[in-house]
Write a protein that binds this ligand. Structure first.
Ligand SMILES: [Zn+2]
Length: 274
């Protein structure tokens, strides 16, 4: 499943080829993704309109159109975006095709169909229901020690579950939560209410460091994520603890431990993480 760094990598990969392009036609082959695909809104607001900019909120890609609407894409578990020459035969699971100026088309392909395509009309975009209840962006200024301490006050949840809670902070999935806590030197099972200011400072710093490094590497390829140019990301070469249960910690040589938290595999070094 693409996590925040992958989605950010895809956003950056889309910008040079999509911004400034007109979407001449939207061709829909499947209306049944996780949410019904809004055919009428796509025709009304996206078809014939030009892409002005591409932003990201959590794991949503926001394609701002010069019609004033926003095309909102979520890749779900297996969604992919890729460019093809116009007229390339449709592949299985190509659900949507955006035919562009200049002979290219952008395709949304999704084997498991947990992805979604939504359109915020100019009236919807001021109060987008899509983003209600989402926590702060981990790379934004609101992700800070005071914010986290307030959210964590006297709570007993494990820090790893807390970091993966999208109501607290968006876009930190299992791989990166493991890696962030290794860099921060904090055990995944540590109760958030017991953490002091210094520990939260380390969490904030480690989150930025790990996510930015992952973005610089082009995202992580664990299952079948491929960025928009079709290149595999290679952050998995850089993983310190994720998937390394029983191996040696690269920092201290101890054996990396594995526990299950809320059904998710969690890896940590029992010496480096307290
Ligand atoms: Zn260690």
């Amino acid at each position: 499943m693409p996590e925040l760094p992958e989605v950010e990598t895809i956003r950056r990969g889309l910008i040079p080829r999509l911004v400034g392009c007109r979407i001449n036609r939207v061709v829909l082959s499947n209306r049944r993704l996780r949410l019904p695909v809004p055919r009428a809104k796509l025709k009304r607001w996206v078809q014939g309109s030009q892409v002005e900019s591409i932003e990201r909120r959590a794991k949503y890609l926001l394609v701002n159109m010069d019609s004033g609407a926003v095309l909102v894409l979520h890749l779900g578990m297996t969604g992919r975006l890729a460019f093809f020459a116009n007229g390339t035969p449709r592949r299985v699971h190509d659900h949507l095709r955006f035919l562009l100026d200049g002979g290219l088309e952008l395709r949304f392909n999704d084997v498991r169909r947990f992805g979604s395509v939504q359109v915020l009309s100019p009236e919807d975009r001021d109060s987008p229901q899509v983003f209600v209840g989402l926590g702060v962006e981990p790379l934004g200024p609101d992700f800070s020690t005071p914010y986290l301490m307030k959210k964590a006050r006297s709570r007993t949840r494990p820090i790893k579950n807390f970091l993966m809670d999208a109501r607290v902070v968006v876009g930190i999935g299992n791989i990166y939560a493991n890696e962030i806590l290794f860099v921060a030197g904090i055990k995944p099972t540590r109760a958030v209410g017991t953490m002091g200011r210094a520990a939260w400072d380390r969490v904030v710093r480690a989150s930025r460091q790990v996510l930015e490094k992952a973005i610089a590497c082009g995202g992580t390829t664990i299952s079948d994520y491929v960025n928009s140019s079709g290149e595999a990301g290679y952050f998995q070469c850089e993983l310190n603890v994720y998937g390394r249960g029983g191996e040696m910690c690269q920092n201290c040589g101890s054996e990396i431990d594995r526990v299950v938290l809320s059904g998710r595999a969690s890896f940590f070094c029992p010496s480096c993480q307290k």
